[in-house]
Design a protein around this ligand. Sequence first.
Ligand code: DC
Length: 244
Amino acid sequence: MLATPAGKRTGAEMEEAEMKGEALPATAPVVAIDGPAGSGKSTVARAVAEALGFLYVDTGAMYRAVTLKVLRDGRDPADEKDVEEALEGISIGLERTNVFLNGADVSHEIRTGDVTRNVSAVSSHPKVREFLVKEQRRLAEGVEGSVMEGRDIGTVVFPNARWKFYLDADPRERARRRQAELAAAGRRKELDWVLRDILERDRRDSEREVSPLRKASDAVEIDTSDLAVEEVVERIVRYVRGEA
Ligand code: DC
């Protein structure tokens, strides 16, 4: 796995340091943003990171990249062993909003319907989560701060994060947003189809055994149904700056 911004210790170096019992660098501030699909997380998290000058980490993109590898290898997303084999020799890189799989830019491929349909199954395997959670923790080391968005950031990846937010919105509104995203990518879908798809993914993401989607008890919940992106961003930035 490779997701190492310039100037940081590589995975092998960190592992060696851990084995030697060396003190790891103190974790920089983390803003954890969790929530279901279509809650506005990605757009909001990107803007918050920009406003604060923090690293932006889209953890969903990492699960999507693993899913793409599983599908490309012709493996079964539901089969634990098959998926574990697909993890061998995998390297995932993040560079701003671009995602790399074994060095190749897969930012578009990870958003296809095929990947979206299979990502919940792939992300339910404990080995996949273990692998990516480790990488996500490494990404947050040695940077000024990071804004990490996903499903389990405030509950599992950084339970001690200084700031935690849980974004949610009415399912129909979430479906409308997803429909607009798909249309922008040239894929027109009926609203009811998108709604069913979103509800099914919510169900799988919240009912899985390992790290299910849920709000951390100490997260600030924001219902984004009737809020503009700028309002949500402003609210979060004010919290982080201690102005709220
Ligand atoms: O944020 P997204 O819709 O691109 O995420 C894709 C899938 O990845 C989502 O359906 C569940 C999984 N995921 C996860 O299990 N844990 C995370 N921290 C982020 C995403």
